[in-house]
Design a protein around this ligand. Structure first.
Ligand code: TRP
Length: 345
């Protein structure tokens, strides 16, 4: 296998409903990348059990993420859509990366500190080594690019550190086995492109999140047209009309958020959105936004429903994706075992 030069890998955890923030912030970007890259998109169920050991409805949550990928326009035949735990090589490479990564590197991970909170002694060891599994996901496929949100940038840095240490420590063996200079690529993040930070509809200073108690704070990809319209109608705003320019949205977090959502859904700039609605009240802007959101999200919602109505067919798509992922992953693992010097098969 030659080294790929334009391979994208990304993963989404099957924990809780997908919402507009996931769609505009990540999935839409995954869709766009299909034109320029060979893409591998994974439902990372092994990551899901690092936080809560006993997950409710893991199977249906897994199918739901995969259905959202496909309904949003990811082509599971041209590209690969699969479920992490069905490709055992992820766990195997993660173990070896536990031995490559250093304690100090992982101790610096801010997400672990946030997720574990004060009670880090009670956190699972898996939550601590989570970034090593993420590195394994990416490097098993020698992915060159990973679309990531801000919160995952540090984990991608760690992935690069692991690749660099592996390449250096095993330099001679990598050359001996004819794998050239570097075995693993130094994966680049993709941070630009169509990604929008979507905030809560109830509080413009917080990210839209599945863990926020009020369902009114987010638009779920499974929401009906009526729910979407209602949530937008009730979204918090101030009482000023929309301004003439985006600069004047500063300090008006809720207004800025709704304009940002409109712009992202319409594929326009926030500037052009405020120009269209300058001087209008939210009483006029919100129905326009609701109509646009329903127009863009309903087809996705309906296609997700159709896919999820037939779980056996969904599982078949995932099994096919896993077979094709495994073809790549098994070659990497065979070579990595050889480089480590294990006896092999
Ligand atoms: N940690 C990522 C998140 O929570 C999910 C993830 C797991 C991932 N493996 C990955 C993202 C590999 C990109 C590449 O969002």
């Amino acid at each position: 296998m030659g080294q790929p030069t334009n391979r994208v890998f990304s993963g989404v955890q099957p924990t809780g409903n997908l919402h507009l923030g996931n769609y505009l912030g990540a999935i839409r970007k995954f869709v766009t990348l299909q034109d320029s890259h060979e893409c591998i998109y994974c439902v990372v169920d092994l990551h899901a059990v690092t936080a809560d050991l006993v997950q409710k409805d893991l199977k249906s949550q897994t199918r739901e993420i995969a259905a959202a990928f496909i309904a949003s326009g990811i082509d599971p035949e041209k590209h690969i859509v699969f479920n992490q735990s069905q490709v055992r090589e992820h766990s195997e490479l993660a173990w070896l990366f536990n031995c490559v990564a250093r304690m100090g590197w992982l101790r610096r991970m801010t997400q672990f500190k946030e997720k574990a909170g004060k009670n880090s002694e009670e956190a699972s060891v898996g939550l601590f080594t989570y970034p090593n599994l993420m590195a394994a996901d990416i490097l098993l496929y020698r992915a060159t690019h990973v679309p990531v949100g801000d919160d995952q940038k540090q984990h991608l840095e760690l992935t690069r550190d692991i690749a660099t240490k592996f390449n250096n420590d095993f330099k001679e063996r990598i050359a001996e086995f004819g794998h050239g200079e570097e075995y693993f690529p130094i994966t680049e993040p993709i941070i630009d492109g169509p990604a929008t930070r979507v905030m809560s509809l109830r509080d413009g200073s917080r990210k839209m999140s599945k863990s926020e108690p009020s369902d009114m704070s987010r638009i779920n990809l499974t929401d009906s047209a009526d729910d979407i319209a209602k949530k937008i109608r009730k979204a918090r705003t101030d009482s000023e009309p929309l301004p003439e320019s985006v600069e004047d949205l500063k300090g008006r977090a809720e207004a800025e958020n709704l304009v940002g959502i409109y712009a992202a859904l319409a594929d326009e700039s926030p500037g052009s959105v405020v120009r269209q609605f300058a001087g209008k009240q939210f009483g006029e802007f919100k129905p326009a936004l609701a109509e646009l959101a329903v127009e863009k999200l309903s087809p996705i919602n309906q296609e997700m429903k159709r896919l999820l109505d037939d779980p056996a067919a969904m599982d078949k798509i995932l099994a096919n994706g896993a077979d094709r992922a495994r073809e790549i992953a098994s070659v990497t693992m065979r070579e990595v075992r050889e480089i480590f010097g294990f006896l092999g098969d």
